[in-house]
Ligand binder design. Sequence first.
Ligand code: MN
Length: 726
Amino acid sequence: MPDAHESGYSKADLKKIDSVFSVLEDKAQAYLDKPDLARLSEAALFGQEAHKGQYRDTGAPYFTHPLEVTCLLADMRLDTESLITALLHDTVEDCGVSLHTLSEKFGDNVSQLVDGVTKLTRIELQSIDTKQAENFRKLVVAMGKDIRVLLVKLADRTHNMRTLSGISAHEKRERIATETMEIFAPLAERMGITQFQHELEDLSFDILQPEMRQSIMTRLEFLTSENKNTIPDIQRILADVIFKGGIECDVAGRLKTSYSIWRKMQTKNITMEQLSDVMAFRVIVDDDAACYIALGLIHQAFPMVMGRFKDYISTPKRNGYRSVHTGVLGPMNRKIEIQIRTPEMHDIAQRGVAAHWDYKARQTDALQPRQAEGFRWVRELISLLELNTGPQEFLEHTKMEMYADQVFCFTPRGDLIGLPKGATPIDFAYAVHSKIGDRCVGVFINEKRRQLATELENGDQVKIITDPAAKPRSEWEEFVVTGRAKSSIRRFIRVEKQIEFSRIGKALLEREYRFRKVTFAEQHIADSVIAFGISKPEELYALMADGSRHPRDVFERLHPEMATGRKPAVSGSLSKEQPLFSISGADEGMAVQLGKCCHPLPGDKIIGIITTGKGVTVHTKNCSILTKFVEIPELWLEVDWPRGEGRRYAGRIKAIILNEPGALAALCTVIGQQAGNITHIQLTERSLNFFTFQVDIDVKDIEHIHSIIAVLRSNKYIESVSRRSL
Ligand code: MN
């Protein structure tokens, strides 16, 4: 450690820190140049200073932890920025160091990497079930945009697991171990870093299944007690067999870990007593061809155990792993497992993604096709093909493509919901439950009230506000992205529309009956609909509302004895009629629409016009568009406003104001004070002294807009105001 006399650490602490730092230095010196080593020392001093006075649960000075984490990454020969990130990975969360400071001192990349690690540290798995764990893994990957964030996080977790005994609370240890087993070990596996994977699995297994581990250990002791030198002996015999066949090799043997044995017992469904296959041997030979020759030599010498042979050289695993596996009844009649591979395959098996980066650093030319093929998963993970950059930039620019098109958000209970990118709270609500989607009226995202069209981001906590009386709105369709939300909204609107259509159609037919002075005969209609090729009166009504059948024809088919063949003159009696129908449910996209030309408000005298295929459009009685329909009285429909329903309608005004500072503000203020909500404002004309604005205001009814207009007219900035229609 460089000089640290003003550190404020005790001498004993400094010695502990120094000893880890010198280990790190040795590892880093093996592959980093002088300037990089100097940056590393600088970061170490900074980190030490930041963690001053902090201690680990184990009692060690805190800074030994980042140093150990960095050592793990130096073993993997990661780049300088990764190492510096590891040294500083807890400074933002635990020491209040700002990202700004980090980027000033160590560059933007380091500060972004530390930020990534910090964010990963903050999210915590709340409930463990398989689906949750899968989503959580995806969230972790999606948040670690730069693959180095994940490598640092894995190293951090590995060291934390090694020192977990320092935590006294059993529950906390179990939670961390579960999270490690469910999230981080599988992540290490997928990244091909078996070194981390196996250690994480074994350390978690010790905590999660202590009794099981103990009984496996006991069985292992029993199996190995007969001959203490079993492993070295078998090692020698295997090496001999291969060497005599003319192949140079290295053979290493080990006892399998308790976790891998337990996993095998689970998947193969075998009992402790049947457990015999506990030793694994690794044979390392020079090249691919030698792997197969060595395999042949072993199979000649020892009988093969059926079902154990696997060729991951010709068909690599998705994470890039390559080797030949076999199982034989080996020397001393012991069932053993053998993996045969080249040194390069071995390195990749240990270091996964990190090794891949390293190979890229050493070779200037592209990867051999076969090796590249083996890394298909890595390539899904990182957009390698687009990168013609040098090795230093390889990891830096590798983005996790895999889940780039997804976001993962939490429910208030902590469940994780996976959604496509661009998803909104409505999508989230429907993903939780269709009832929640149907009744959604608002949302809190990370405890802030937000709009329903807000795009969700990874890690957002989403709380949907529901109202049992609420209904899906057709405009949601414009921004939802999931099929589930889309189809739910459409289905709902289709049903609503159908109900509206049949309500309108029934009103039309009733009018026809009144005109003919015949009592409306529902039962007769129900009995006769078969003749129209449909099954329910509602369907018949809907046909009239959408204009595909005329009420007169329907009436005359229902009552052939009254057929006249002449066109009834409905229009004359129209104004004396009772309103047929109140227009509640007048939502956009539904069967009833308010005219965009005249913006009718409750209180306005209104009339409905039947539009083929669309239902009814409501206009004010003085709307100029009505002149088009004078000749077609059968399209006219008397309608009325619903009473006391409390919803708001769009009203439109035209305001001419003075070209003076404060005039537009005055216009908006008055409308606001009168409890009108401006939804749209547009400058339509400007002259030297006056501006003309068209303002859309959500109001309760015609009284409301009239009072707004009256107050506006009294304002000194406002020249004139009128209700606007076409
Ligand atoms: Mn840490």
